[in-house]
Design a protein around this ligand. Structure first.
Ligand SMILES: [Zn+2]
Ligand SMILES: [Zn+2]
Length: 226
């Protein structure tokens, strides 16, 4: 589990990029439930500040879709996306993965290019606490990888990376994805019948991905890695 207070108190522990081992610094992001970091090689990471567990939000979404309260207010697709990421009453209805990719899409549109390098090759990582190489250890859980550095720090991986804080809760970090994966993943999420994405965003996201394509940033052609 994630304990926001414990994460905020321990955020200073997070010093090194898992991909390349260089120092991490803060990176301002449009998401009130994540904190952004960037290393010297432009690898970008996000720390989760709160747990958001998926449940069926359909009823709540219907109430929230009416946002903004004044129907005469015309908002651009980008403004609507920002509202969902920055207003707590909306953001808490988005799962982290959707929010993570949506936020990256906004950055891609602002940057106008794919500034990210391939990162987070899972077999060759550095300890986020001390910067030393970490080696994979055997794990009883087939889904979770356990890594250990020479300073005996332990990291876990299952899509995201995490380590344990003193109170037993987790500090969990997600890597940013390459632009083409972001676009692909968001398009796939919007097409899913599972309703993981609120209706308002299902309308807005295709408009934003089209805008990205018009800037020359294209989704991958074949099935992509997340
Ligand atoms: Zn790095
Ligand atoms: Zn370490």
């Amino acid at each position: 589990m994630i304990n926001r207070k414990a994460v905020e108190n321990s955020i200073v522990l997070l010093k090194f990029c898992p991909t390349c081992g260089t120092l991490l610094g803060p990176f301002e992001i449009t998401d009130i439930l994540m904190k952004g970091f960037v290393c010297e090689n432009n690898h970008r990471w996000n720390v989760l500040l709160e747990q958001v567990l998926y449940k069926d939000h359909t009823g709540e979404w219907q109430a929230l879709e009416a946002y903004p309260p004044d129907p005469n207010t015309k908002l651009t697709p980008k403004e609507i996306a920002c509202i969902w990421l920055l207003r707590s009453e909306l953001r808490r209805h988005l799962n982290h993965q959707t929010a993570h990719w949506l936020r990256q899409l906004l950055e891609i549109l602002d940057d106008g290019c794919d500034g990210l390098q391939e990162q987070a090759c899972r077999d060759d990582l550095f300890c986020v606490l001390c910067g030393k190489s970490i080696i994979q250890r055997s794990s009883d859980d087939g889904y979770v990888r356990i890594y250990c550095c020479t300073n005996r720090h332990r990291l876990f991986s299952r899509g995201s990376l995490w380590f344990k804080l003193d109170d037993g809760s987790n500090m969990e970090i997600l890597s940013d994805s390459l632009s083409r994966f972001v676009i692909n993943n968001l398009n796939m999420l919007c097409e899913k019948p599972m309703d993981l994405v609120p209706l308002q965003l299902r309308e807005v996201i295709p408009q934003l991905t089209e805008e990205a394509k018009s800037k020359g940033i294209n989704p991958i052609k074949k099935k992509g890695r997340i």
